[in-house]
Each structure stands twice: as structure tokens, then as C-alpha cells.
Design a protein around this ligand. Structure first.
Ligand code: ATP
Ligand code: MG
Ligand code: MG
Ligand code: MG
Length: 561
């Protein structure tokens, strides 16, 4: 490729309103442009990076024997109605109507649609199956953020596994776990696998891959000495804390016989689009009560708002919480206070302000597990509280970090197979539902996470595995015929050897070219100038270290491998 012919619109200044480094640098280096909030165009060099990320994921999917599909992005409402998620997805799902009046969903995930294809599996002998695709997902995010990090339209690699029994599912899950570890390693993303909800059966029902970064919107509790990691919700959900809210009717009411802990509930309901249980403090029938919400929070909050308008319940005032705790330390409406950090977490994420009250800053809650006062309202405090806790594995103090969720793998169980009738003939001749897992990686969010971890004050520093080009050949004096000829020769030599190379043949000063190559983040720069002509060696510069050395033209191909 020739720089002079490519569209790489680098900006001299930092763009306004782009705080996260990845957002700022991807804009500035000419990778992305915003069309509207949460929707970005990928420009040519971003497409190159994206295709390398996709290729790595594809290789690792092939390694575990997963088969690639492409499913439609538009789905009939009817399929989603059969699993209850047409309602359940709430406002996060984009919906439209065709000219005949049929309701249609823009796919935000594909459990339902892949399961309809699994209806054609007829015998246990065809299992296990692992299927995946790269597909655009649409999600009406309430707060699109940080460039590619949280958009309303993004590519997901989503896989689905179909097994005969729970141990088969364990195997498919573990294969994906290992594939994800390899993928993130190859992408240069230091992702930590984190238990997102723990099964009462032991083992993990859901693992998130979290990349520590200040630009992340999630929080991870992490032990640097033994490697234990959990997300904050999990870490605060170990103790028995379950109630439902008297006064609320189904489906607002939580009817979960046998569920004794937040984790139990999370396990039951934790599936894509059914975020973990959310806890709010309400006054119901004059009594302080924790209300646990599952599924789509926006929809449930809407229902709660309706109930609020009818004055059946109202959000608890911080004063009331304080009083209730003072009167009966360690419990709240029959509910253990150990759950309260969840409220803190949710409030801190800005999701529950309207329920917990805007003035949560100076509410003190005394928790049993915490055994000291914590202040609800500021992330720093939650960090301090969680960081003060001991690691459940090795008793060292826990660290709390912000993190980006780059991947998420789930054991789904029988929910979709049962709702849609995906059965096979078992070894004993009886029909049994298949047991499923689902596994997702956000492709463009992964690109953003890579940039968060690989940049400096000059720009992006792509790992070689995903860089748009491995090498930029910079012709330092584009008006000097001999320099141009040597530059072109070096370019051709690398191209012929299969190296991804761009030649900067623009009529610009060397300084301008160097700055662009650094900003764009190309791992190796070869500078061809007058000196190269006289000495038969070119200047070879590594982006990551800035080190420059002379390399003989004949040795160049070896050097960039
Ligand atoms: P988040 O908690 O960040 O909203 P999620 O839990 O809703 O993500 P999943 O349903 O688990 O996301 O989807 C799998 C993966 O898809 C995520 O781990 C993430 O990498 C990616 N992803 C999800 N939502 C977005 C988005 N709005 N923009 C970009 N990537 C996304
Ligand atoms: Mg989400
Ligand atoms: Mg998530
Ligand atoms: Mg997730």
C-alpha cells in the first residue's frame, strides 16, 4: 500500500470530548469517525486491524473444532417471544415493523436463532456441536461510551455449544475458556478470567474476561498474590441475602424457591441480556425492603416507576436506611446487610441514583461482613472497603481495579432448548433436550482494549499480531530520484516476501511522516534517506522502544519476522 493513496486522516490536535486514550487515539490516528453517538465508521486502517483480530479469533475457534456460520441480523419477534426475551430485553432491544406490520428485532445476541438451527440435530451421536459467527449486534445502550468501547452497533464473535449432558457442557465450556485465554494473549490483552457468578453446585456458571484498565466500566476484585479474581458483584454476593418485596406482583415479584443467596439467583438468571440481580432499597407497606431485580433493569425500573406513580412503594430515604440499621444492626427488612455493597456498587455506577436518592454521599451503612462503617456514594470508598477484605483463597489483602469486559462465557443450561424444543434421541431411545453454552467476544471493544494497553504519548503502539502494517518504509527525500528508487526497491522486496508493508511516498517533510507512523502505531519503521544510499544500509526503528539501528538492505526481511 502507498500512504499517498490511502485515506488516513490523522489529526494534529487531540479531539475534544474524547477522554479514554483509545477513543482519542483511534480518532486522531485516522481509524474511526463517529456518525452519531454509539455508531462509528471504521476507516481503512481500522478495517485492517479488525481483520487481524478476526483472523486470530477464527484460528482459535477452528483449533477447538467450532464451525463458522452467518445468521441474519434481523429476527422475527415470534422466536424471541417464545423464550420470554421479547419482553425481557426491554429497551436495550431495537425493534422495527415491516410493511406488513410484522414485529422484527435487530439481533442483540443469537441464542434463540442458533437454537432454531439446532432443532435439526436429531441424535446424541451428532453431539457435541460448537457453532459460531461474526455478526453485527445492535443494542440500544443507555450510555454509549469511549469510542469503540461501548457502541450501539458492534461485531461480536458469538459461539454456542450443544451437548448431551452437563459434563459435555463442562468440556465445551473449558475449551472456550482455553481458546479465550489464547485469543487474548495473542491480541496483547492481559485479560483476567473472573467468576461472574458462582454455582451452588460448585464450579463456575459464567466467566468474564476482564482487562484491567482505568477506562473500564466494570470492577474486579483481584488477589495479586494467588490470582483469585471475582467481579465486585460476585465478591459481595456470597452471603445469604434474599427476599422478595411484599406488595409487588409477579412478574416484578421474585419467586425463586430454593434460592438462598444472591449468587443462587444470579446463577438462575444470569444469561446474556439478563444481567445479574440488582438490588434496590424501597419502602413497601411502610417497611424497608430490598427489592431484587433480575433481567432487564430498564424494563423492571419502568414497572417500578409505574408502581411508584401509584404510590404503592417509594424509594427509601438514606435517613431511613440509617435508622433501620441503627435499630437492628445487621439486618434490614429481614435481609442481611452483607448485600449492601451491591447497592453501593450500583449507585456508584450511576444506575440507581433515582432510587437510592441523589444524596447518598454521607449515608453510613454498617455491614456484617464489612464490620465497619462504609460510606455509600463514592467509588473510592467501595474500593477501600473491598480492598480491606481478605482473599478467600490465601487471606492476602484484595485489590480492586477498574476493568473492561472483553469476553464473557456462559453455561446456559436447558433454558433455550426447552423453550424452543431442541431435543435429540438419547442413547436409551428417549428424547432429551440439549444442554447449551454461549460465548462472546466484542471485536471492536477488543481493539479499543488493545489500544488502552498499548500506547504512549506519541500514539498507538500496536502489537505486531494486529498492527495494520508491520512495516512503514519512509522515503525521507521524496524529491530525490535515487532515494525514491531505493525506497521503492525496499518496499517491493518486503512485499514480495509477504510482509504487510506501507510505503510513505508522500511529498512531506520526514518529521511529518515520522509523527504519523508513530501516531498510527506501525511496529517497524524503515527510513530510506541519503545516508542509506551511501552506506547500503537503512535506518530501522522499533516503535515500542524507539531504538534505531542500521540494517543492510539484504537483511530486512529477516529483521521484521
Ligand atoms: P457490558 O457489561 O459491557 O454491557 P455485556 O455483559 O452486556 O457487556 P455480553 O452480552 O456478555 O455483554 O456480550 C459479550 C461481549 O460483547 C462483551 O464481553 C463485550 O466484549 C461485547 N460487548 C457487549 N456490549 C458491547 C457494546 N455495547 N459495545 C461493544 N462491545 C460490546
Ligand atoms: Mg451490556
Ligand atoms: Mg457485562
Ligand atoms: Mg457480559
Amino acid at each position: 500500500m502507498r500512504w499517498s493513496q490511502m485515506h488516513i486522516p490523522t489529526l494534529r490536535e487531540d479531539p475534544a470530548d474524547a477522554d479514554a486514550p483509545s477513543h482519542r487515539l483511534l480518532l486522531r490516528a485516522g481509524y474511526i469517525r463517529q456518525l452519531m453517538a454509539g455508531h462509528y465508521s471504521l476507516l481503512p486502517i481500522a478495517v485492517l486491524v479488525r481483520s487481524r483480530v478476526v483472523a486470530i479469533i477464527r484460528e482459535e475457534m477452528a483449533r477447538i473444532g467450532s464451525q463458522e456460520f452467518i445468521l441474519p441480523a434481523m429476527h422475527p419477534a415470534e422466536i424471541w417471544q417464545r423464550t420470554g426475551r421479547w419482553e425481557g430485553m426491554g429497551q436495550e432491544m431495537f425493534r422495527l415493523r415491516d410493511r406488513k406490520g410484522a414485529d422484527i428485532a435487530l439481533g442483540m445476541t443469537h441464542e434463540e436463532i442458533f437454537t432454531t438451527l439446532a432443532l435439526e440435530l436429531s441424535s446424541y451421536k451428532q453431539l457435541p456441536q460448537m457453532w459460531y459467527q461474526f455478526q453485527t449486534k445492535f443494542r440500544d445502550e443507555p450510555r454509549p461510551k469511549a469510542g469503540l468501547m461501548r457502541t450501539r452497533e458492534f461485531t461480536m464473535k458469538d459461539s454456542y455449544s450443544f451437548d448431551l449432558d452437563a459434563s459435555g457442557l463442562d468440556t465445551s465450556f473449558d475449551k472456550h475458556h482455553d481458546a479465550y485465554v489464547r485469543i487474548f494473549q495473542r491480541l496483547g490483552i492481559p485479560a483476567i478470567p473472573v467468576e461472574a457468578s458462582s454455582g451452588s453446585m460448585g464450579g463456575s456458571a459464567s466467566t468474564e474476561f476482564m482487562c484491567p484498565s482505568e477506562a473500564g466500566e466494570d470492577f474486579v476484585v483481584h488477589c495479586t498474590s494467588c490470582g483469585y479474581a471475582a467481579n465486585v458483584e460476585k465478591a459481595t454476593s456470597r452471603l445469604p441475602v434474599v427476599t422478595d418485596a411484599p406488595g409487588l406482583q409477579a412478574p416484578e415479584r421474585f419467586d425463586t424457591p430454593g434460592a438462598r443467596t444472591i449468587a443462587d439467583l444470579a446463577e438462575r438468571y444470569d444469561a446474556p441480556g439478563e444481567r445479574q440481580v440488582k438490588t434496590l432499597v424501597y419502602v413497601v407497606d411502610g417497611k424497608l425492603t430490598l427489592v431484587l431485580l433480575r433481567g432487564d433493569h430498564a424494563l423492571m425500573e419502568q414497572k417500578l416507576n409505574d408502581a411508584l406513580a401509584a404510590r404503592e412503594l417509594r424509594p427509601a430515604h438514606p435517613e431511613e436506611i440509617r435508622e433501620a440499621l441503627g435499630a437492628s444492626p445487621g439486618s434490614l427488612g429481614g435481609v442481611g446487610v452483607t448485600d449492601l455493597p451491591i447497592i453501593a456498587d450500583e449507585a456508584l455506577r450511576g444506575r440507581t441514583d433515582m432510587f437510592t436518592g441523589a444524596n447518598t454521599d454521607d449515608v453510613h451503612l454498617r455491614g456484617v461482613s464489612v464490620e465497619r462503617d462504609i460510606t455509600v456514594g463514592r467509588w473510592a470508598d467501595l474500593r477501600e472497603v473491598a480492598a480491606g477484605e481478605e482473599c478467600p483463597t490465601c487471606a492476602e489483602p484484595l485489590q480492586v481495579q477498574r476493568a473492561i469486559e472483553v469476553g464473557h462465557i456462559f453455561k446456559l443450561g436447558y433454558k433455550y432448548a426447552e423453550a424452543l424444543g431442541a431435543n435429540v434421541l438419547g442413547p436409551d431411545g428417549n428424547r432429551i433436550p440439549v444442554i447449551m453454552g454461549s460465548y462472546g467476544i466484542g471485536v471492536e471493544r477488543a481493539m479499543a482494549a488493545i489500544v488502552e494497553g498499548h500506547h504512549d504519548d506519541k500514539g498507538i503502539v500496536w502489537p505486531l499480531s494486529v498492527a495494520p502494517f508491520a512495516v512503514a518504509v519512509v522515503i525521507a527525500q521524496p524529491k530525490d530520484e535515487q532515494t525514491v528508487a531505493l525506497g521503492e526497491q525496499v518496499y517491493e522486496q518486503l512485499r514480495a516476501a509477504g510482509v504487510d508493508v506501507i510505503v510513505d511516498d508522500r511529498n512531506e517533510r520526514p518529521g511529518v511522516k515520522f509523527r504519523d507512523v508513530e501516531l498510527v502505531g506501525i511496529p517497524f519503521r524503515i527510513t530510506v534517506g541519503k545516508k542509506a544510499l551511501s552506506e547500503g544500509a537503512v535506518e530501522f526503528t522499533e516503535r515500542a522502544t524507539g531504538e534505531t539501528r542500521a540494517v543492510a538492505c539484504a537483511d530486512l526481511v529477516e529483521e521484521v519476522r
